[in-house]
Design a protein around this ligand. Structure first.
Ligand SMILES: C[S@@+](CC[C@H](N)C(=O)[O-])C[C@H]1O[C@@H](n2cnc3c(N)ncnc32)[C@H](O)[C@@H]1O
Length: 240
């Protein structure tokens, strides 16, 4: 798969839904191996920056197998109500199972980030880790995240990014485009699937661009924090 093979708009969304449904059973294993377990740390940083308080209602959109939802729950001392939403039912089934095994209430809902089934302002914080890259319309999706967040609430987006130009970026791009797809396809037993990841990462907006988009979607005080030399970035904003 090359860059031009990741479609835009609704075709991207249906491709993502099918793809994540297919790789769901090995998704966690592939994440840990491909990131050297850094993904666990990145989500932990996101949860601690969101700082869920006891009694708060948090939505983790694009929850996948529910890892960030669990981190948010832990970060609140198990006192916040964390809801997960995703449009892939196989991923949601794994999230439910994981939460039940951990002795947590699994509040998982099948939903599309483009049209969330929630009223305005019902959540104290809304998060999405490694999911918004697949949105059919990034602006519409971020607007939806902001819409369901109460005024003064937080929106957090954790996403892969491309490091600044330099040697590290070159090495990283080599890993991302040449090595990662091979390992990912092997681990997930799904040939040709993991090329999706570099394609969507490389074309994703830069950190300042995403920050501007978030501000245009009704968020203020938007800031970001690069993680692991800019391999990932955490953007945070406050609902106006
Ligand atoms: C790379 S996984 C990330 C899962 C999880 N957040 C994590 O940190 O591992 C992306 C997830 O986003 C979901 N997703 C992508 N676009 C979506 C949309 N428009 N609405 C709901 N879920 C979506 C996919 O189904 C998939 O489970």
């Amino acid at each position: 798969m090359t860059l031009q093979h990741v479609p835009a708009g609704p075709a991207r969304a249906s491709m993502a839904r099918e793809l994540f449904g297919r790789i769901a059973p090995r998704y966690d294993l592939a994440n840990r191996v491909l990131s050297g377990c850094l993904d666990v740390w990145w989500r932990r940083v996101a949860a601690s920056e969101v700082a869920p308080a006891p009694g708060e209602r948090i939505l983790d959109l694009c929850t996948g197998t529910g890892d960030l939802a669990l981190e948010l729950e832990r970060a609140s001392g198990h006192q916040a109500a964390v809801f997960g939403a995703d449009f892939s039912t196989p991923m949601l089934a794994l999230a439910r199972e994981k939460h039940e095994k951990a002795g947590r209430v699994a509040r998982m809902t099948a939903a599309d980030g483009m049209a969330l089934p929630y009223r305005d302002g019902v959540f104290d914080a809304v998060t999405a880790s490694f999911g918004v890259r697949s949105f059919a319309d990034l602006t519409l999706g971020v607007r939806e995240m902001a819409r369901v967040t109460r005024p003064g609430g937080r929106v957090a987006i954790l996403e892969f990014t491309t490091p600044e130009p330099g040697l590290f970026r070159q090495l990283y791009l080599f890993y991302l485009q040449r090595v990662l797809p091979f390992i990912g396809d092997t681990l997930s037993a799904s040939p040709g699937t993991y090329a999706y990841l570099p394609c969507t990462v490389v074309e994703f907006p830069s950190q300042p661009e995403l920050a501007r988009l978030m501000a245009d979607c009704g968020l203020r005080n938007v800031r970001y924090r690069n993680l692991t030399f800019g391999v990932a970035a955490l953007h945070l904003g406050t609902r106006t």
